[in-house]
Structures are given as C-alpha cells and as structure tokens.
Design a protein around this ligand. Structure first.
Ligand code: IFM
Length: 442
C-alpha cells in the first residue's frame, strides 16, 4: 500500500467553529428566539433552549476537549442582543463573560477568532426593520466598537459577518430564516447594508486595534451544470456563482455591489478585508427548468449516485473545497477555511469527509495559496437553525437532555491531524480507511 504524509505549514491554525445562539443557550432577546416560538418555523417544533449550555459554563469542558485534541485555535461568536439588550444600553456583565471565555481560550493555548455577527439580531433591531433599515450599518458599527474595545486585549482575528449570503438568501429569498420573506429587492437591500456595515466595522476595528486582522466568513457553495455543454445550465451556474458566492466579496474588492440584476456603488467598502474566510460544505448540480418560475427557472439537486450525509443535506464533494480556495485566492489575500463539516450523528461519513477535504486543503496549499488555517464545524453538536436538532455537525455528539458529550471516532482522526500538523497514510488507514483509496491510490 502506498504511504505518504501530507504536511501542513508551520503555524497552521487548527480549530473548530461555533456560534453564540447555537451553543450558548437561553438567548431570549434575539430574532431567532422569537422565530423559534412561532409554530412551523423549526423542524419538529424544536428550540435552541439550553443549547450546549455554554452560557452556563460548559464552554470550559468543550474547550478542554478541543485543547486536549491538539487544536490551537477556536472560532466563536458573540451575541449582540446580550451585549446591547436595548438601544443605548450596554451590558458590561455580558462583555465580562466573553472576556472570561477568551481568557479561558488563551489559557488553553487556543488562538481566538471572534465573529461579531452570526445570523442573530437583537429584537430591538428587528423592530426597526433589521438589515433592511439603512440605519443598521451604523448601529452595527457602534456595537462593534463597544465589543472590540472590551475584547481587543485578548483577540486580534475578527470576522465581521458570518455568511451574509446565507443570511440574505434564507431570510429574504427562501424564507427559511427570520423574517421569512421572499423578496429579492429586500435581499438586495439587506446585503447592501451588510456590505456597508462590514466596511464601517472594518474601519472601526482598525482604528481601535491597528494590528487586527479582519474579514468576512462567506458561504461558498459549488455549482456545476447538470448537463455540461448546455448553455442554459451554464448561464444559471454563472448567475448563482455570482449572486450567491461572489457578489459580497466583489463589492469589497471593486467597490460596486451587483446582485440580482441590480447594482450600486459602494466605494467605502474597497480594501476592507485582511483575509478571506471561506465556509465550504457542498456542491450542487444546476439545471434550467422552465416550470420552476418561482426559483428563477432553475433546479438545484444532487445526482442519484451522490454520497450523501445522514439527512441528504450535504453531498460529499471534497474537490469543491479546492475550487472554493482557488476562487478565494484570486482576491490576493490570506485565506482561512472558517467552516467545513458534515451532519452525521452516526459518524459514518464524517471521517472520510474530513480526510478527503483536508487532502484538498493540502493540495491547495501546495499551489502556494496563502491558506492560514482550518476550522471544523463544529466542536460539539449544536442547534442547527431551521433544522433544529435534526442535524448533528459535532466532532463530539451531544445528548441535549443531559448535556452529556458523546465521543465520536472523528475526534481521534482530527486529534491525530492537529497534533502532527499533518494527514498521514497511517492516520487515514487507522481512522478514515474509507478515504484511503482516493488519497493513496495504489
Ligand atoms: O450551523 C451552520 C452555521 O451556523 C453556519 N454555516 C453552516 C453551518 C451548518 O449548516
């Protein structure tokens, strides 16, 4: 059997990623808690509830496990509605709570990365129209100033907004996220305001902390034509690739936001990122479909022979991570994989998924693209938005009723990688044998 070791660069960041609403528990002052209360929004009527009880202190045991597993970084988010429960009121205890967690990370030798906005908005902001309101970018910048002032002692890596493209698509096109709209014009306005909010936040952070490194975590989805050679499929792939993947970051490099056939100048957004954060999960096939007029005449689907995750949500397409990084490196900035993972309560696919995605990551590094780290989603099962608790993305499982953490075999695979800063044939053979033939063809 062929053997080899795929070595990663010295200083590479290996971590997991989490988000406040998904792990903290008892966030009752944001738009998601209100959304969860209304019937029909979350699968099986579930709620975040106590989540992973991080606010109650269980962040300690999860970060203990992360550190014991050889990780050297952790990406977390802070909850705007806790820090600013009302306009003009700041909760110093909440900020101190986050300072404590950050100290806990540093004590465990985990380099923190803070996401300032990860899907949730304070209820008072929602009442003012949320990100459709043109005042929101300035409101966001005030929150960012307050948070960065309080936390900068412990953190220099900032993600301003997580997946603005998913926030806008799910909240304003498909309607799966609050506020449940299906309104492309509103989606345009929301994204435009997020571009503006990001730009204001970028400058505010750098004013307060010149050495900061600031970026966006973009959800990059692969799109392939269902019928290669069909010009309509190809045109739709280009349309989706631009609107979903490219439009937000393009605004930060070119100063023009183009989305859904509309366009606006945003000169203030130019040169407002220090790295490109990429969240990659999967790749769709795209076909022109005359009957799908409500979906702009296209269908997205997975092929019949696809390797799928437990609930069919994710198609195993590791090559797509390479393509995402290829796309991302064109911005000429350092890259970070800010999320990558798979829903899999039985851990049947996850070891293979991790090994084959890390192989693609290593391939990309060998092109000398400046890739600085990888954050697996996620450390422990957590509340999966409109899909509730039905999808389990944790390296560690979670018994939601007892808060017991459940060891999954993927923990040992990821530990071996993080500790050796490498993916070796021995590691793959031991922990992810299903990936062996693809990675080490004989
Ligand atoms: O859980 C989410 C996360 O909040 C954003 N990126 C995708 C993950 C998995 O669906």
């Amino acid at each position: 059997m062929p053997t080899a070791t795929f070595q990663f660069p010295a200083g590479f960041l290996w971590g997991t990623a989490t988000a406040a609403h998904q792990v903290e528990g008892h966030n009752t002052n944001n738009n998601w808690s209100a959304w969860e209360e209304e019937p029909g929004h979350i699968l099986n009527g579930q709620r975040a509830g106590a989540a992973c009880d991080w606010w109650g202190g269980r962040w300690k045991e999860d970060l203990d496990r992360a550190a014991a597993g050889g990780q050297n970084a952790h990406r977390m988010s802070i909850e705007w509605s806790r820090i600013q429960p009302e306009p003009g009121r700041w909760d110093e205890d909440a900020l101190e709570h986050y300072r404590m967690i950050l100290r806990g990370m540093l004590q465990r030798k985990l380099t923190p990365m803070i996401t300032l906005h990860h899907f949730t908005d304070p209820l008072w902001l929602t009442a003012q129209g949320g990100w459709e309101n043109d005042e929101t970018p300035a409101q966001f910048a005030r929150f960012v100033e307050k948070a960065v002032e309080a936390l900068k002692e412990y953190n220099t890596l900032w993600v301003t907004i997580n997946e603005p493209n998913v926030y806008a698509t799910s909240g304003y096109v498909s309607g799966d996220f609050p506020p449940g709209k299906q309104d492309l014009a509103a989606a345009f306005q929301v994204l435009l305001n997020m571009v503006r909010g990001h730009a204001l936040a970028y400058r505010a952070i750098h004013r307060l902390q010149p050495e900061a490194r600031v970026g966006v975590a973009l959800n990059y989805r692969g799109f392939q034509p269902a019928h290669p050679g069909n010009p309509l499929d190809a045109a739709l792939v280009r349309f989706l690739a631009h609107n979903f993947n490219a439009s937000f970051l393009e605004a930060l490099s070119r100063g023009r936001f183009r989305y859904a056939l509309r366009s606006t100048a945003v000169p203030e957004a130019v040169k407002t990122q220090d790295f490109v954060g990429i969240n990659y999960y999967t790749t769709d096939l795209v076909a022109f479909d005359l009957s799908a007029y409500q979906d702009l005449f296209h269908r997205r689907f997975y092929p019949g022979d696809a390797v799928l995750s437990e609930n069919g949500f994710i198609r195993h397409t590791p090559q797509g991570l390479f393509e995402a990084l290829h796309w991302g490196q064109k911005f000429g900035l350092p890259l970070l994989v800010t999320e990558n993972g798979v829903e899999d309560s039985q851990d049947g696919l996850r070891p293979r998924y991790i090994a084959e995605h890390l192989h693609q990551l290593w391939r990309a590094i060998n092109f000398n693209w400046q890739i600085k780290g990888y954050f697996h989603w996620s450390q422990v099962d957590n509340f999966e938005w409109e899909r509730g608790w039905s999808q389990r993305f944790g390296l560690w499982g979670l018994d939601v009723d007892t808060q017991t953490r459940i060891h999954r075999p993927s923990v040992d695979l990821y530990t071996a990688v993080c500790k050796s800063n490498a993916l070796s044939s021995e590691t793959v053979q031991q922990y992810a044998p299903a990936a062996y033939p693809a990675l080490f063809p004989g």
